[in-house]
Design a binder for this molecule. Structure first.
Ligand code: NAD
Length: 434
């Protein structure tokens, strides 16, 4: 099938590469000429395991093309997918300006019947509104499909080619059938619903996952006070099939470009129909507060001496295996520390350039190696659980730190890792070791 994907970011690029892998002819469009130039020269503007090699294969086979020319892509395709960003407005609502603009451009370029698919995360009713907007700009026939995206950054290729489910929201049977053809051989995972339900499934899923995270973080906070170990509690809970083991990892809370934005957007969506989503409001509040868990620990250790201390920071991305730093907890934590007069030394294996570009403050020494960030620091805080950190020699780490204090915001280390060292070790929801 001939597909155009509008918006070549994390979602659009991964989808484009994976649809090409499934044998379709894909044109990926972006309005950012630099991004397209990088892609056309064989590069990949984001870090996503496995993506570069797969993109190169499909480009070579002539199945995958990158362009800034939206009209060209629309004219040669039967299926047009929208994967542009829907970032949050200050109110928390999704900013639909990019998707509206792209829909108008698509309508104006249409040269015959098309299926217009929305992959971006959009509030319930947006597909209908976009269809109206497009009908005011074209006389060509088209059908709308909502195809919400569930990939996780860091394992996006795997998630796309081995999805738990594919939700197809369609009112027209023919369009739904085309979506089934498009996803062969993954058809067993497809669930067809109406468009509004598909739009809601995306928000409800992210809100539920965020709820699980905030829930276990609150349990962790209580564990710290009662002397229980949240990792054992989560494991014990997870054996219950009704609960399940995933998303029960306590830490410094969720971040990234989806959960924070989608939870706030769903609160707004509910508010617009006079419904106060009290549970989700609390989930967001708990998550916001959880970022300060490591700061509270630093305060407890250093008291009024905290300003002027040097703190090493390991991990800046909102989670491992991605260079995405949008709404990463590390941003707020390090900004707060710097404002308190702390000198931060920061390191991340992949995300440092992106982080540095948006950090916007002085007071951080950017380090090229993990050990460099720990060198001479009064304490080390771990904010992203990159594999690289799991493999460090803790005895050596202890020697480079000024004081052997490790605050593990992701519960990466176990007691046995620390055996034979003098670390004062603090984690989230587990007894401290010293
Ligand atoms: P992104 O910011 O990485 O990419 C969006 C791209 O769209 C940018 O490259 C931008 O230049 C381009 N763009 C904007 N307007 C355009 C236009 N008119 N024509 C051509 N290109 C245009 O965003 P993303 O992270 O890929 O997210 C896209 C959507 O998917 C969002 O709605 C997001 O909520 C949703 N989503 C994201 C993820 C994720 O993990 N990133 C997962 C599931 C769903």
């Amino acid at each position: 099938m001939n597909i155009a994907i509008i918006g070549t970011g994390y979602v659009g690029l991964v989808s484009g590469v994976c649809y090409a892998k499934l044998g379709h002819r894909v044109v990926c469009v972006d309005k950012d000429p630099e991004k397209i130039a990088v892609l056309n020269s064989g590069g990949i503007p984001i870090y996503e395991p496995g993506l570069k090699e797969m993109a190169a294969e499909s480009r070579l086979a002539g199945h995958l093309v990158f362009t800034t020319d939206l009209a060209f892509a629309v004219r040669r395709s039967d299926i047009i997918m929208l994967a542009v960003g829907t970032p949050p407005l200050p109110s928390g609502e999704a900013n639909l300006a990019y998707i509206d603009q792209a829909a108008i451009e698509i309508a104006e370029a249409m040269n015959g019947y098309k299926i217009v698919v929305v992959k971006s995360t959009v509030p319930v009713g947006t597909n209908e509104r976009l269809a109206k907007l497009m009908r005011s700009r074209t006389i060509m026939r088209f059908d709308s499909v909502s195809l919400p995206e569930f990939l996780r950054e860091g394992s996006a290729v795997e998630d796309t080619l081995r999805p738990d489910r594919i939700i197809v929201g369609a009112e027209c049977e023919g369009a739904a059938e085309q979506m089934i053809r498009l996803h062969e051989p993954l058809t067993e995972q497809i669930i067809v619903t109406d468009i509004r339900s598909a739009e809601m499934i995306k928000y409800a899923s992210n809100a539920f996952l965020a709820t699980k995270i905030s829930f276990i973080n609150e349990i962790a906070n209580i564990c710290e006070k009662v002397g229980a170990d949240v990792t054992k509690v989560a494991e014990g809970m997870g054996y219950d099939k009704r609960i399940g083991p995933s998303f029960l990892k306590a830490g410094i809370g969720y971040g990234g470009s989806c959960f924070p934005k989608d939870t706030r957007a769903l609160i707004q969506i509910a508010g617009h129909v006079d419904y106060e989503f009290k549970l989700l409001r609390s989930v967001v509040e708990v998550n916001q507060d959880q970022r300060f868990n490591v700061i509270r620990k630093l305060e407890a250790i250093f008291g009024s001496e905290l300003p002027g201390k040097t703190i090493g920071v390991w991990g800046l991305a909102f989670k491992p295996n991605t260079d995405d730093v949008r709404d990463s907890p590390a941003l707020e934590i390090i900004r707060h520390l710097v404002d308190r007069g702390v000198k931060a030394k920061a390191y991340d294996p992949i995300a440092l350039p992106n982080f540095r570009a948006i950090f916007g403050k002085e007071g951080v020494e950017w380090c090229n190696k993990a050990e460099e960030a720990a060198q001479g620091a009064d304490a080390l805080i771990l904010l992203t659980e990159w594999d690289e950190f799991a493999g460090v020699d803790l005895a050596r780490l202890q020697r480079v730190l000024k004081q052997p204090i490790l605050i593990d915001g992701r519960n990466m280390f176990k007691e046995e890792h620390l055996a034979g060292t003098d670390f004062a070790y603090y984690s989230v929801g587990r007894p401290s070791l010293s």
